[in-house]
Every structure is written in structure tokens, then in C-alpha cells.
Design a protein around this ligand. Structure first.
Ligand SMILES: [Zn+2]
Length: 258
């Protein structure tokens, strides 16, 4: 059984302030240590649950976050040679996890809530349904017939995952207090939750179904300002709906970005 693990940093255990996202802040190093601890807990749980191969993707801000000296050597690290958001995820995998998730842009008490770009993206919809990175990842995985089995992150991210997916194991590691602060779950307890949810997630293989939107699908993106929209609106196949909103019709799920 092959498991693909996608990672982000905002929803990692022990990360409780916006400052920790900043590479120049002294607290950032600790955030990376926690990232590796959460990833390793998920890897451990996956193998414990019967996985035979685990691939991990360092995905926060395009990658370059992992301290590879701390990564469980049983796991393969995706070097993302194709430069795609989903790396080498393909139909050879039986399931996917999302470690360190955050809620979509516009979620109250969602710690560091955003969708792709916290600077430019305001709202994102697929077939009229507003969604964030969790559902986007589920759609990409669904394209390859791979179900999303497990998520870890703040409470709002886990609630969001359940809104989109019927069968998913969740590990809540904190609760957002406003946008930029979080109350943490005890760190050992967080790792135990991740390990447990990962193990149970593997057991969902064969039961959980891939998340597949109706195709062709309508992608709609609302940006913060009209000037962010100007360039995107010039791309082929993109229609401008108003000053800040663009749409396109995508024939495959992999065309989910505008
Ligand atoms: Zn991130």
C-alpha cells in the first residue's frame, strides 16, 4: 500500500503565532522541528497501519522547509521534479494525507486561514462551491483516483475536511484564536493523534472514495484588488466577470488553478 503525504506549515503542532512562519524570526527553526515531528508521526502511523511505501512532499511556500536530517529514513522525499503542486502523486498511490493543514480564506478562528496566496486570493470556487487548499488537494488526488484519508491541522481545518469528505481521519493539534494566534494541544498528545489518525487512515483504503468534481468544472477566483486581476484576465480561456473576479472552464481536475 502506497501513501502520499502532502505537508504545509500553518497547521503543524506547536506553531501558534504568525511570526513562526517568518524564516528570519528566531522561532522559525522551532516550527521546522515541529514540522518534521508531525511528518514523522504520520509516516510512523502509516507504516504501522500497513503502508509499504510512503512519499512525503515539502509543500509550504513551494518547499525548501524540511530538515532532511530529521526525516524518517523509511520515507521517500518527493523532489518535485515536474514542479507541479502535486509533485509525483499519481494513480500508483492508494491514499493521501494532508499534514499541517489550514482552513480556507475567510474562516473565522482558522489559524492563518488562506487559499494559496494570502496576499492576492480572496475567494476560490469550483462548480460554485467555495473551497480552500484541503479540497484542492482532494480534487488533485481524486484526478488520480486517490482518496484523501487523513488530515492534521487546527480545529477549523479539520472541520473543513469533514465538510468535504465523508471518510477522513482527523488529528486536531490546535485551535485558532482569531487569525494569527492559536491555543495548542499538548505536543505529545498532538503527535499521538497524528500517529493514530494516520494508522486509521490507512484502514480507510477501500472504503474512502476519491473526491471528484463534475467535469468540465468551473473555476472562479476572486482576488483582493483589481490590479491583481488584470494580468490573469489576459490568459487564454480566462473570462473576467468583474473588476476582481475571473473564471475559466477546466476540462481536467489538474487545471484547477487559473
Ligand atoms: Zn503554507
Amino acid at each position: 500500500m502506497r501513501i502520499y503525504i502532502h505537508t504545509d506549515l500553518e497547521g503543524i503542532s506547536g506553531v501558534d503565532s504568525i511570526e513562526m512562519m517568518d524564516k528570519t524570526d528566531p522561532s522559525h527553526e522551532y516550527a521546522i522541528k515541529r514540522l518534521m515531528a508531525d511528518v514523522n508521526a504520520a509516516i510512523d502511523g502509516a507504516f504501522d497501519g500497513g503502508a509499504t511505501h510512503v512519499t512525503v512532499l515539502d509543500s509550504h511556500a513551494g518547499g525548501g522547509n524540511f530538515d532532511l536530517s530529521l526525516l524518517d529514513p523509511r520515507a521517500e522525499c518527493d523532489t518535485k521534479e515536474n514542479k507541479k503542486w502535486w509533485g509525483k502523486l499519481d494513480s500508483t498511490y492508494n491514499g493521501t494525507f494532508f499534514i499541517g493543514a489550514h482552513a480556507m480564506a475567510g474562516t473565522i478562528n482558522g489559524f492563518l486561514d488562506h487559499t494559496q496566496s494570502s496576499r492576492t486570493w480572496f475567494n476560490y470556487w469550483v462548480n460554485g462551491r467555495r473551497m480552500g487548499e484541503l479540497a484542492q488537494w482532494a480534487i488533485v488526488a481524486g484526478h488520480f483516483g486517490v482518496p484523501m484519508l487523513m488530515v492534521s491541522g487546527d480545529e477549523a481545518a479539520c472541520v473543513e475536511a469533514r465538510e468535504f469528505l465523508d471518510s477522513i481521519e482527523c488529528a486536531v493539534v490546535k485551535r485558532g484564536v482569531g487569525r494569527n494566534r492559536a491555543e495548542l494541544v499538548d505536543l505529545d498528545k498532538s503527535l499521538a493523534r497524528i500517529r493514530d489518525a494516520a494508522k486509521k487512515g490507512v484502514a480507510l483504503i477501500g472504503k474512502a472514495t476519491p473526491f471528484v468534481p463534475i467535469l468540465p468544472m468551473e473555476i472562479r477566483l476572486e482576488l483582493y484588488r483589481s490590479d491583481f486581476c488584470d494580468k490573469i484576465a489576459k490568459k487564454s480561456g480566462v473570462e473576467r466577470l468583474d473588476a476582481r473576479t475571473v473564471r475559466k472552464i477546466a476540462n481536467t481536475a489538474l487545471e484547477l488553478f487559473i
